[in-house]
Design a protein around this ligand. Structure first.
Ligand SMILES: NC(=O)c1ccc[n+]([C@@H]2O[C@H](COP(=O)([O-])OP(=O)(O)OC[C@H]3O[C@@H](n4cnc5c(N)ncnc54)[C@H](OP(=O)(O)O)[C@@H]3O)[C@@H](O)[C@H]2O)c1
Length: 278
């Protein structure tokens, strides 16, 4: 069994580490320190967003690590207030400036905002940014099947990734199946249910069998499902332990026990109605 992070081949033939570090809610200083520690641990992928207000800290952490640019993968996202052709283009260039990078590996539309009805125009801006070499891959976040299909029908370009809320309590098998049929990779946000999995007795019992933590067992389960994960932590020991998931295998029975924890429990907003654009 490989003990290093596996890579997923996206639908544009680019490679993405299947496990990365999320930095939502981290301050600039925390993000810098978390990125530095993560890179020392072996992580090679960071997930940030303009809305997290820590792209500059991420960029400083990347500089501290001083690794060759092609050896790591950076994702950022165009925020809701910046939807539309020109605004999205400008927002992406601002993100690059904050990060101190010439390009990101993956650029996402953060939310669809169906009422605003600008996500197709925004997608066209991302297509242009990819053509300009400012984003090597482009994708979306929080898109439902109807939104995905519209992008494909109106531009002919399929997102490489849809980053969605998914964890043992909100497994979204139907949406993952839509992704599979469309050739879109599923990326999980809140893969640890924002830390809630650590308190779950069923997950604790499974974890004890393997000498692992509930968080490690849940990350292993996501990876086994082919899902890309970006657990967030600013705690060095947790950043390290969340990466120690490549040296054990769950049994089919234990995977099925985790499958059985689904209770359709969403922790974040519903993309159909989420309209925040400030
Ligand atoms: N696209 C979107 O709309 C969207 C929405 C939400 C999140 N995201 C992305 O997805 C990433 C992950 O999601 P998330 O931050 O919501 O939730 P998460 O990764 O499921 O959980 C993070 C929380 O769990 C704690 N934690 C991390 N590892 C732990 C461990 N081993 N044991 C116990 N607690 C642990 C963290 O605390 P400490 O930091 O204090 O260690 C933090 O409070 C975000 O950082 C962001 O990059 C995207």
């Amino acid at each position: 069994m490989s003990k290093s992070v596996p890579y997923i081949t996206l639908n544009d033939d680019k490679m993405m580490p299947q496990l990365g570090l999320g930095v939502w809610k981290a301050s600039e200083a925390q993000a810098r320190e978390a990125v530095r520690h993560a890179f020392e641990t072996g992580y090679r992928s960071i997930d940030t967003a303009a809305a997290y207000n820590n792209e500059r800290g991420v960029g400083e952490g990347l500089k501290d690590a001083a690794l060759p640019r092609e050896s790591y993968f950076v994702t950022t996202k165009v925020w809701n207030a910046d939807q539309g052709a020109q605004a999205a283009h400008e927002a992406a260039l601002r993100s690059l400036e904050q990060l101190g990078l010439d390009y990101v590996d993956l650029l996402l539309i953060h939310w669809p905002l169906p009422d605003k009805n600008l996500y197709v125009k925004t997608w066209k801006a991302l297509i242009a940014l990819k053509e300009e070499g400012r984003a090597l891959s482009i994708g979306v976040s929080n898109f439902n099947p109807v939104h995905l299909q519209r992008l494909i029908d109106e531009t002919g370009v399929t997102p490489a990734v849809n980053q969605i809320e998914t964890h043992p309590y909100f497994q979204r098998a139907d949406l993952r199946e839509v992704h599979r049929k469309l050739g879109i990779h599923t990326e999980a946000w809140s893969p640890l249910a924002q830390g809630k999995v650590t308190e779950d007795p069923a997950l604790r019992a499974i974890a004890d069998k393997y000498g692992k933590t509930p968080a490690q067992v849940v990350l292993r389960w996501h990876l086994d499902n082919g899902v890309i994960v970006i657990p967030k932590s600013v705690t060095p020991e947790r950043i390290t332990s969340n990466f120690a998931v490549f040296d054990f295998a769950l049994s089919d029975e234990d995977r099925a026990r985790i499958d059985a924890l689904d209770r359709n429990e969403r922790l974040g907003p519903d993309p159909e109605t989420f309209n925040l654009d400030t």
